[in-house]
Write a protein that binds this ligand. Structure first.
Ligand code: GLV
Ligand code: MN
Ligand code: MN
Length: 413
């Protein structure tokens, strides 16, 4: 068989993605499969059923990461690995994460159907809690597996209702006995939608990121003095929500102030008691700062942190800050990135070199194994929203690139 002529089945890929979309489908056309929720479990059950159908040995580790393994001729050699995540944002899109898992599954199905034998084993992976929207931080499955995050710290993280990660993982039934500890990996490929506007703007089908920006997450807690809004004069109030409002605008102004390529966002806020006629006395909000330049992101934080402290003082609202999570920027393996571009060219797809502004498990993976990603265009550059969309032809094209990247690496001795 001429391996270079092998192609995935685009219809089967679409059908798998559509079945996954049914799990946690939202009225607006997106999905909600928060990490460790019943929907996450249901999607995992279907995923492992599909792994069994192509005779993959699967296992789950103490972080709930799921691995499906296909034997190689030289089965002791470090495997080629590929996958992404099944969890989603609240009211998120149908492609983020799951495309990379269903894409890798389609690759394995294609190889299985044709009886292709590879030198190296191939491992498909679903990493637990990539999104970090229910339990912060993000990418914890790959982070613990790569030895960059502490398992017990992650187990102790809580969601907005106070539920603990460790208990929710056990409840879901996917907490395995295997230690979440890295093993040697020959090459890791993660296939994903771009989640931004560049490929569409450039009119290109395949994106080959050279790496991922740094991600720095902070949690800010403010205390005010609650009181009846009518009789309480404006002077002398300690309004925690007003303090937060001033701080949020400082975060929004940071990238312009610091220069360089940086984005800074407050995306989540809780206000208590959240009544129109009580002065707010407890506010929590998050800060997300990203840049290719890790030092710039750190300096930006030091700058805005000083602003936060002075606003807190002038509004009489004590502040507590948690420096929750930092992942340095990731530089992918140059040889593998070039391979993605070469494979795209071999298959006749246009391609583009870029940087990923979104976080991915590939970030932690790149710290422990040669890593590259394959992107396909997001329509209108929209992602983490229900209207997130990618053309089916592009989904198929990206999966063909993944197929040949995996095959080339898995045929290496
Ligand atoms: C992950 O989805 C991120 O970029 O926040
Ligand atoms: Mn993702
Ligand atoms: Mn995401």
């Amino acid at each position: 068989m001429d391996i270079s002529r092998l192609r995935v089945d685009g219809k089967r890929l679409r059908s798998s993605l559509e079945k996954m979309t049914e799990i946690g489908a939202t009225p607006g056309g997106g999905v909600q499969r928060l990490a460790l929720s019943d929907q996450d479990k249901q999607a995992r059950d279907l995923f492992v059923q599909w792994l069994e159908e192509i005779n993959l040995e699967w296992s789950t580790d103490e972080m709930g990461n799921i691995f499906g393994r296909r034997r190689g001729k030289k089965d002791d050699l470090p495997p080629v690995m590929s996958g992404s995540h099944i969890d989603s944002q609240p009211r998120g899109g149908r492609f983020d994460g799951i495309l990379g898992v269903m894409g890798a599954l389609e690759v394995l199905r294609t190889i299985h159907d044709r009886g292709v034998e590879t030198e190296r084993p191939i491992v498909i992976v679903d990493w637990t809690n990539e999104e970090g929207s229910r339990f912060a931080p993000a990418m914890v499955g790959s982070g613990v597996w790569a030895g960059k995050l502490e398992r017990n710290w992650v187990y102790g993280r809580t969601d907005i209702q106070g539920k603990r990660f460790g208990e929710e993982l056990a409840r879901m039934g996917y907490q395995g006995e295997l230690p979440a500890r890295r093993w040697p990996v020959h090459a890791y490929y993660e296939y994903h939608i771009e989640q931004g506007p560049i490929l569409e703007r450039e009119g290109k089908t395949i994106g080959a990121p050279k790496g991922i920006v740094c991600l720095h997450w902070y949690d800010v807690y403010l205390e005010g003095t609650a009181n009846q809004v009518g009789p309480t004069p404006m002077e002398g109030r300690n309004d925690a929500l007003c303090a937060a409002a001033e701080m949020i605008l400082k975060v929004n102004a940071l990238p312009a102030k610091m220069g360089g390529h940086m984005v800074a966002t407050v995306g989540e806020i809780q206000n208590e008691p959240n009544s129109r006629n009580i002065i707010p006395d407890r506010v929590h909000f998050t800060v997300d700062i990203r840049s290719w330049d890790d030092d710039l992101a750190l300096r930006a934080w030091e700058d805005v942190r000083r602003d936060f402290e002075s606003i807190a003082r002038s509004r009489g609202c004590p502040i507590r800050i948690e420096e929750t999570w930092r992942v340095e920027h990731a530089s992918f393996d140059e040889r593998l990135v070039k391979q993605v571009l070469n494979v795209a060219q071999m298959l006749g797809y246009s391609s583009h070199s870029m940087v990923s502004g979104a976080g991915h498990d590939a970030s932690y993976m790149s710290q422990v194994a040669p890593t590259a990603m394959i992107f396909v265009p997001s329509i209108g550059g929209r992602s983490h929203v229900e209207v997130e969309n990618t053309r089916w032809e592009d989904c198929e094209a990206g999966t063909n690139v993944l197929l040949h990247c995996i095959l080339q690496s898995a045929l290496e001795e």
